[in-house]
Design a protein around this ligand. Structure first.
Ligand code: GDP
Length: 423
């Protein structure tokens, strides 16, 4: 029996997938009965940031899969990823220095993954500081563009200095390298250290995948940023909602409110008023894990939520950060859920073809239902929701048409209400 569980972010990223992954992985490890499980990232690159907390330790992961911090996992950077060698080496060194040995028995890098190089980063960072620039400055769009343009370099090719030079000369920069680099040879040699360090991790993805009975597919970002399903053009350059390798179960992760790093090209219909946001950002820690930029904060959007659930074919749901909403009681505020949109005087409860036009949702006005806030999310047993929190969750479930199997009520791994077994 083989089981592949996909963890999909259903909003704008930062849903708290890291914690859900480190909660689900031990369940699979237990089922695997002494065998290692596979923990793999299937898209994105250093533009992602997962935070995972195990016991007293907090790990910030960017390119590595979150599951790698657990014993009895083998991590794989998959073929759909964009790998930035310098950042990856540093990340491996940082995680290793906290006591997790990352060698070739613990980690593989797909031969097919594309490489983000200095010229991609440079190109991206020139516009990174614009206030509403949606990029994280990690050269992802530039790497994706080269991949689709057939001018990119795969990991296995990057490991061969001479082949890398040949590709740069003949395909990527036939007219000559950008001005700041001296020669093709010198450019390729500037990666000598990373080439050496990363070479042992070269992996044949499908063979690795087939070796494991249990796999955990980790998405980065979220469905509303999906290249195809998201709000084009405010999207990322890969498909967070569509894992590589056929999943047996899609577990969708929703934060119980909304946030988004950059909203430049993407309408944020349920954004809270600026004053309330300014009182929540700091205590909620709503700063990009990768960009450090303050995120925009909004109310839960059930129109988007229902759309995400249907288009990613979710089998089960995890809700996170319900406890964060306690702060609204302290501030004397009600809690809202967006149940529908009003556009040009007409009410919409469900996603429409017109919403896929870039000029429609910017006109949408949210129709809210209001809820009494609560001072404490869970009773002393750590598992029972208090009455107002329960009412809020019930309404979300009614709107989405599906129950939350897991509900996060605190940052720690054990602060999770399990309402039904997902596997
Ligand atoms: P990801 O990219 O989807 O993994 O999300 P991030 O790692 O950027 O954000 C998750 C943050 O929320 C981390 O600091 C987690 O420790 C924290 N977190 C996750 N679940 C919960 C929860 O249920 N309650 C609280 N208070 N924090 C949580």
């Amino acid at each position: 029996m083989k089981k592949n569980i996909a963890i999909i972010g259903c909003q704008n990223g930062d849903e708290g997938k890291g914690k859900v992954i480190t909660f689900v992985a031990p369940i699979l490890i237990n089922l695997a009965d002494g065998q290692e499980i596979l923990s793999y990232r299937f898209q994105g690159g250093g533009n992602a940031g997962h935070t995972a907390i195990i016991g007293e330790k907090r790990y910030a992961l960017h390119q590595l899969p979150s599951g790698i911090i657990l014993a009895q996992t083998y991590g794989l950077l998959g073929k759909g990823m964009f790998i930035e060698p310098k950042g990856l080496v540093k990340e491996i060194e940082t995680i290793s220095s906290s006591g997790i040995v990352i060698d070739k028995n613990k980690l593989g890098i797909s031969s097919k993954a594309h490489i983000t190089l200095d010229y991609h980063l440079n190109d991206d960072q020139s516009s990174f500081n614009l206030a509403e620039h949606t990029s994280t400055g990690n050269g992802i769009k530039q790497t994706a563009r080269d991949k689709v343009n057939r001018t990119g370099i795969r990991f296995v090719e990057f490991l061969d200095r001479d082949l890398m030079i040949k590709i740069l000369k003949e395909k990527t920069f036939p007219q000559g390298l950008p001005e700041r680099y001296n020669s093709y040879e010198q450019f390729a040699d500037s990666y000598a250290e990373e080439r050496n360090f990363l070479a042992p991790f070269l992996a044949l993805e499908h063979e690795i995948f087939n070796k494991f009975d249990y796999a955990l597919a980790e998405g980065a970002q979220g469905l509303m940023l999906d290249l195809d399903d998201g709000q084009y053009p405010g999207i990322t350059s890969s498909n967070p909602a569509h894992p590589t390798h056929r999943p047996d179960l899609y577990l969708g992760v929703f934060k119980m409110y909304l946030s988004s790093v950059g909203i430049g090209d993407r309408p944020f219909v349920t954004e809270m008023d600026a004053d309330l946001q300014s009182r929540l950002i700091q205590p909620w820690g709503e700063f990009g894990t990768t960009t450090k930029k303050p995120r925009h904060i909004g109310w839960f959007n059930a129109v988007e939520g229902k759309y995400a659930l249907e288009s990613a074919h979710l089998d089960a749901l995890a809700g996170t950060k319900l406890d964060d909403l306690e702060l609204l009681a302290e501030l004397g505020e009600k809690i809202k859920i967006c149940v529908a949109y009003e556009i040009d005087g007409k009410r919409y409860d469900r996603w429409e073809t017109n919403f896929d036009r870039r000029d429609v949702l910017s006109k949408a006005k949210p129709i809210y239902e209001e809820f009494d806030s609560w001072e404490r999310t869970v009773e002393k047993d750590g598992q029972t929701l208090t009455p107002n929190a329960q009412k809020y969750v019930n309404s979300l479930e009614e709107l989405l048409g599906k129950r939350f199997s897991l509900i996060g009520v605190g940052p720690e791994q054990k602060q999770m209400i399990v309402r039904e077994q997902i596997i």
